[in-house]
Ligand binder design. Structure first.
Ligand code: A3P
Length: 920
């Protein structure tokens, strides 16, 4: 298992099965030059070690010797003058550039290796015999409690692989398994298989019948238990278990049809974590071993024990995969995905294609001493050739900032030049000219920076047409700094970028992509190499940490779980110990050994297109609240502030008195409404339509930046938010703390008012058809009429929409206003609302609202005897609704009104009088 690192010894690549063929390496004849008598360790950063003699010499002695030498050198410099100074400096520099031997990616696969770049077909997946399941079946996961460990580990895998699931804490009853006779679940998983055995007979029969009838399989994990079982029979099955074992040396049964993503890579010569593993002994041919292990106690029998097993379903018609332990062991995570695929008859299956792109962020930016020498560049090219044997067409993707070109020691500057001599061997992308963070710059300055870099590229024959770029520290990509996107487009014609920050750095499994202004933002994965990870023995947590990330840990799983992985590395990871070469060669070899994945790489633009083809529902961004994330705040322009976002929203629906409410609220001295929109009258309409794609800068520009904003309440009213499908999710993401104000009136009255509103706005369809024709329009009617019908009737299904909002917001953040009461007693309503919003100072509306007889509504008091009422469009005069239409609508809305009453009672909200009357 262990990679062979021999700092001063011979390379082990020859006997590594995975180092295969390839073009002749540019660099032959290692080891590199090392002063005689010195130990070939890291002389570069341990000069004193070399100078002071044997390694065991005391540090104090070394320091003294080094100090004396430096003093002598300085004295010499001083006495020799300027020209000799240069000679001596270059001598010092050249000596200091002697570096130790970097570790080699010598992972050894002791089984056959997956050398094919074609998509493998390890075992033909079983075909679904019937299509009785819904199209995108979920995983049904039964857990012991909401937070139990294995359950959480299972969810982690499902989420990371974008597999839909439903978690159910096992109770007295089962969740509904079908919907309109279609099966909802493609696989059932028991975090604790013993709980499956203990289900009461009625529910067990129900579940087993579902599994048989719908051709669905079951995955179960054997829990750790206090008492040891020796040869205990599993209740109802010809299967025996032995628990509480320590195990080692795991191998897989390559003939087991469950293996798909996972391949039998030989024997893992390591001990499994823990001593509470369970093994199986079958007594029926329905069972086939999936995984074997040896007992780690020497006195135990030598034979291979079965650690996970496939039940083909010959015994009771149900296929199962059972694991003798949990998911702490990395191989089980792969086997779990294979079990889900196999048992769902391939319906819940991941593609076996994986794309990897390794960016070298800013190939010329690093301190002297950690940059690349010519040897390092040769090593990079060698590595690229070797990787091509495993990943066709492999190329590193180099970002450049011309400002730092040739900014190192002479040998490093030669390395920079050599990179450009081999310009065609790599992919290139323009970075900033300097390493400035874009969110601190105006568009003009950004463009200038990029132009400088472009000129540098043109002068050095570096390609400028990759369409890709990235920003230092993700700055300006997310949260979006619009000037960066503008400058990118203008100077480099950027079409694709990548970031780790959307929606947040952690948890990594939730990172997603989005498209903003036609620039694709791809999620980037973390490989554990940063600018300061230069030497393997200084790797945070030690070399072992890096190796375990490669050998089944985080890095390995990132590639397994993500169809497309983009990793960011830095120039410093390619000089000295060349940790990036070690890391990627190792992990790719490990993948080739233990998986059937086909690895590929393509340039970023193609990668972006592939990504959004695979995940089209990620195209739309979901703008998040920048102030919830310290990292986001650090890369958000200084003048931006969350105080410029509204504290509450009036979300509608239309025609329920929302304009009156908006006007009354805006009268309050502590409440500030949005600036009116030229396009949509007073409403911003951000969360529900095309405006959302304009980004949050556009939205925030509708609000003033108040001097002392925390004492002022910004708000906006957009009455179509209420019924918008995506709106609750979007509002929750950007304004998680906002209060929501909803107004409701009898839904039939609302529909009728809306119809007249449309006629008043000369909507041709509303003018063409009567109200009766609109509300009774059927599927055979013209599309415009059906659309008008929906817009007229759908907002009045209050309970349905409220439930959607309550999926995202707690009831305590939402207030429901009776629009009828707002009309008849606005003072009472406004006082109540002030209390709910917690607004200070209290504004006495009694003095500011007065009933206007002519208007027939309450209006704003402007002077002692004068009022200002809402315009003609509010409180329109139209004939009353005819009785038959009223009756029709009352029946139509009956179930929705019943649901509303139930919902309000459940939430302990007051039930409006009109609703009580409607339901009588
Ligand atoms: P009608 O014009 O059909 O009477 P919205 O502002 O959400 O579009 O709602 C308009 C409705 O608000 C009007 O519908 C009117 O009945 C109602 N309304 C409530 N209080 C009002 C007020 N003080 N002045 C004018 N209209 C008011």
């Amino acid at each position: 298992m262990e990679g062979d690192q021999s700092p001063g010894g011979s390379a082990v690549s020859q006997d590594t099965y995975l180092l295969i063929g390839g073009a002749p390496p540019l660099q032959q004849g290692r080891p590199r030059s090392v002063p005689r008598g010195c130990r070939p360790w890291r002389l570069w950063h341990r000069t004193s070690l070399c100078l002071a003699g044997p390694r065991k010499a005391s540090w104090r002695r070394r320091v003294v010797v080094l100090a004396v030498l430096i003093a002598v050198l300085l004295l010499l410099l001083y006495s020799l003058g300027e020209s000799s100074h240069r000679t001596i400096m270059s001598f010092v520099v050249c000596s200091s550039m002697v570096r130790g031997r970097p570790p080699e990616a010598a992972f050894r696969c002791n089984g056959p290796v997956n050398t094919t770049s074609q998509l493998p077909h390890p075992h033909a997946p079983p075909r679904p015999t019937q299509s009785r399941l819904r199209e995108d079946p979920k995983v049904l996961l039964f857990t012991e409690t909401q937070y139990s460990r294995t359950g959480q580990a299972i969810i982690h895998i499902l989420v990371a692989n974008r597999i839909k699931y439903k978690m159910e804490v096992l109770g007295k009853s089962l969740p509904g398994l079908t919907n309109l006779s279609k099966g909802k679940y493609g696989v059932v998983v028991f975090e604790n298989f013993e709980r499956y055995l203990q289900i009461d007979p009625w529910n067990r029969e129900l579940l087993d019948k579902y599994l048989r009838d719908y051709g669905v399989g079951l995955v179960g994990f054997m829990p750790a238990r206090e008492e040891t079982q020796v040869g205990a029979k599993l209740r109802g099955f010809p299967l025996y278990v032995h628990s509480n074992l320590g195990l080692e040396n795991v191998s897989l049964n390559s003939d087991n049809p469950v293996l798909r993503l996972t391949r039998a890579g030989g024997t893992l010569q390591e001990e499994l974590p823990g001593t509470d593993w369970t093994v199986f002994t079958p007594a029926d041919t329905t069972y086939t071993p999936l995984e074997w292990a040896a007992p780690s106690l020497p006195h135990f029998s030598e034979e291979r024990l079965i650690l996970s097993i496939l039940d083909k379903g010959d015994y009771d018609g149900i296929s199962r995969v059972l694991f003798g332990g949990n998911l702490d062991f990395w191989l089980h995570r792969l086997l779990f995905l294979d079990a889900v695929s196999y048992l769902s008859l391939g319906r819940i299956s991941l593609s076996l294609e994986r794309y990897i792109l390794v960016d070298i962020d800013d190939i010329f930016v690093a301190k002297k001493g950690v940059r690349m020498t010519t040897d390092d560049v040769k090593a990079l090219l060698d590595s690229q050739w070797r990787l091509r044997e495993l990943v066709p067409e492999w190329r590193f993707n180099l970002g450049f900032s011309g400002k730092y070109y040739q900014n190192g020691y002479p040998e490093e500057n030669a390395g920079d030049r050599m990179l450009l001599e081999h310009v065609d061997e790599f992919w290139w992308f323009g970075h900033m000219w300097g390493h400035t963070q874009p969110h601190t710059l105006t568009q003009e300055k950004l463009e200038h920076q990029m132009q400088l870099n472009k000129q540098f590229a043109l002068a050095h024959n570096i390609p400028t047409d990759s369409g890709y770029s990235i920003a230092p520290h993700h700055s300006g990509v997310y949260p979006v700094h619009e000037p960066l996107y503008d400058a990118w487009k203008k100077v480099w014609n950027v079409r694709v970028t990548s970031s780790e920050e959307y929606p947040h750095l952690y948890p990594a499994r939730l990172r997603r992509g989005f498209i903003h202004r036609n620039i694709m933002v791809l999620p980037r994965q973390t490989c554990g190499l940063f600018t300061h990870t230069v030497f393997i023995d200084k790797y945070p947590g030690g070399r072992q940490t890096l190796d375990s990330s490669i050998h089944g840990g985080e890095l390995f799983l990132s590639i397994v779980y993500n169809p497309i992985s983009i990793f960011m590395t830095h120039l410093s990871n390619y000089g000295n110990d060349r940790l990036a070469l070690y890391t990627f060669e190792s992990v790719i070899k490990f993948i080739k050994c233990w998986t059937n994945l086909s690895l590929r790489t393509v340039p970023p633009l193609q990668l972006g297109e592939k990504y959004f083809h695979l995940f089209p529902n990620e195209r739309d961004p979901v703008w998040g609240y920048p102030c919830a994330d310290r990292r986001h705040m650090q890369i958000w322009a200084k003048e931006k502030s969350c105080e410029q976002l509204p504290k509450f929203l009036v979300i509608g629906p239309q025609k329920t008195g929302t304009t009156a409410l908006y006007t009354f609220l805006a009268m309050h001295p502590a409440i500030v409404a949005n600036y009116p929109s030229a396009d949509t009258f007073e409403e911003v309409q951000f969360f529900n339509g095309k405006n959302y794609y304009k980004g949050i800068d556009w939205y925030m520009n509708f609000f003033p930046v108040p001097a002392n904003s925390s004492s002022r309440f910004l708000f906006e009213k957009s009455a179509t938010y209420f019924e918008g499908e995506m709106v609750p999710q979007r509002v929750k993401a950007l304004l998680p703390h906002s209060r929501l104000v909803v107004t409701v009136i009898p839904p039939s009255k609302r529909a009728y008012s809306w119809y007249h509103h449309m006629r008043a706005h000369n909507d041709p369809t509303a003018l063409q058809y009567t109200f009766h024709q609109v509300i009774t329009a059927g599927d055979g009617d013209p599309r415009a009429l059906r659309s008008l019908r929906n817009k007229c009737l759908v907002p009045g299904m209050y309970a349905k929409h409220l439930e959607r909002w309550l999926d995202h917001f707690p009831a305590s953040q939402l207030i429901l206003i009776d629009g009828e009461e707002l009309r008849s007693d606005p003072v009472y309503v406004m006082n109540d609302l002030q209390r709910f919003l917690g607004i200070q100072p209290f504004y006495n509306y009694t003095e500011h609202l007065r009933y206007d007889k002519r208007k027939g509504f309450f209006c704003q008091v402007t002077e002692e005897d004068k009022t200002k009422c809402l315009g003609r469009g509010k409180g329109r005069i139209y004939p009353p609704m005819n009785e038959s239409d009223a009756k029709l609508l009352k029946e139509y809305y009956q179930p929705y009104n019943v649901a509303l009453e139930k919902l309000l009672t459940r939430l302990d909200y007051p039930v409006p009088k009109w609703l009580e009357e409607e339901l009588q």
